[in-house]
Design a protein around this ligand. Structure first.
Ligand code: AN7
Length: 357
């Protein structure tokens, strides 16, 4: 075995090191994140009247885009001599942090809103051995408490996207999109919660252009859930609500980054209803074979809504599907059920198939 196999040569740090903050080899913590597929969505393209590609971030090691930022944040936390990390989370950040912390032999505290974490995500951070702090409050409260906690603790790194290393890692998704298409798309559609990811993509597209690798940047379209849309309403929300639990966030930490991305690119931040989100999730699964979690479908929901209102983008559009559908089995099971079992006989099975043929 090649000795360098200890640190995988895959992962966004190795791939895009010259665009990232300095990280010594010995500190690199990677699980082979990034290099996710860009999937052409022909059926939905017809509905929206543009050529749509899906950047399927659910195929990262912990099944969400968070891993791109976490490899950079955790590696830098190791390089700085930290012994523990903490994050507030609606689920995916905690799943990612706990996996990367396990690999870095670091203690990981996850501060999460009780009763609002999708099942698959909770199972992940339980499996990775996180120290779980469930609070009787929402994500916004969890983030404030986490920020306050590290002020008084030595050697503990905050790995939420308010940590600029997270944004640095996440911007690599924009590089991959540009490389795969051969140029930036005309438009990017993306879900917005705490607003770190739209900030990161915009930074990535802008840096790609500054580096002379492209001569354009896409229009940025961000979509929030209607019950959790502080950027659309123009003020924070005390009690955000949405079926898309990942983006149930009322006071986005990166609001300025998101507003800047929309403004500078000639794009916008809008909202979509829970029904529109679930409809988009269902279309993606049933027509494109791509299963993403509800929050991840917000971008496609937004594109479908704009198309219905005859104000959708044309040209090449990339929608970011931020997390895998297996993260949140309960939302599917609350809408569709397994059928009743039948006897294990040829007659019964044939009868069933004939009746639905
Ligand atoms: C699937 O895990 O905030 O706008 O604590 O999990 O960068 O916050 C998750 C956010 C979109 C929104 N899609 O991204 C967390 C958390 C999925 C997500 C978002 C999240 P940001």
């Amino acid at each position: 075995m090649n000795t360098s196999a200890q640190t995988s040569k895959h992962g966004v740090i190795h791939r895009y090191r010259r665009f990232l903050p300095e990280i010594p080899d010995s500190a690199i913590t990677t699980i082979g994140e990034g290099s996710t597929p860009l999937i052409e969505a022909k059926a939905i393209s017809e509905r929206i009247g543009a050529r749509l590609f899906l950047k399927f971030e659910g195929l990262n090691p912990t099944a969400s885009f968070k891993d791109r930022g976490m490899t950079v944040a955790m590696s830098r936390a190791v390089a700085d001599g930290n012994v523990a990390c903490v994050c507030a989370s609606t689920g995916n950040t905690a799943a990612s942090a706990s996996a990367y912390a396990a690999r870095a032999k670091m203690k990981c505290f996850v501060v999460v809103p009780v009763g609002k974490i999708a099942l698959g995500k909770a199972v992940q951070f339980l499996a990775h051995g996180a120290d779980i702090i469930q609070i009787e409050g929402n994500f916004d409260a969890a983030l404030k408490l986490s920020q306050k906690a590290i002020e008084n603790l030595e050697g503990v790194a905050l790995v939420n996207s308010v940590n600029p290393d997270r944004i640095e890692g996440q911007k690599t998704a924009a590089f991959e999109v540009c490389e795969e298409l051969g140029k930036p798309p005309d438009t990017l559609a993306i879900p917005v919660g705490n607003a770190g990811n739209i900030t990161a993509y915009w930074k990535g597209f802008s840096e790609w252009k500054e580096a002379g690798r492209s001569d354009a940047v896409p229009k940025m379209l961000g979509f929030q859930a209607e019950g959790s849309a502080p950027l659309v309403l123009g003020h924070d929300i005390e009690e955000p609500e949405t079926v898309a639990s990942a983006i149930r966030i009322g006071a986005p930490a990166s609001r300025e980054g998101a507003m800047e991305a929309a403004k500078e690119s000639g794009g916008k931040i809008e909202s979509v209803s829970d029904d529109e989100i679930l409809e988009a999730q269902s279309l993606l699964a049933s027509m494109e074979g791509v299963f993403c979690e509800p929050a991840s479908a917000a971008g496609v929901a937004g594109l479908l809504k704009l198309a219905r209102e005859n104000r959708g983008p044309s040209g090449t559009v990339v929608a970011v599907l931020t997390g895998h559908g297996l993260k949140d089995p309960d939302t599917i099971l609350s809408r569709v059920k397994l059928p009743e079992p039948i006897p294990a006989t040829f007659e019964a099975v044939a009868g069933r198939m004939e009746s639905s043929a």
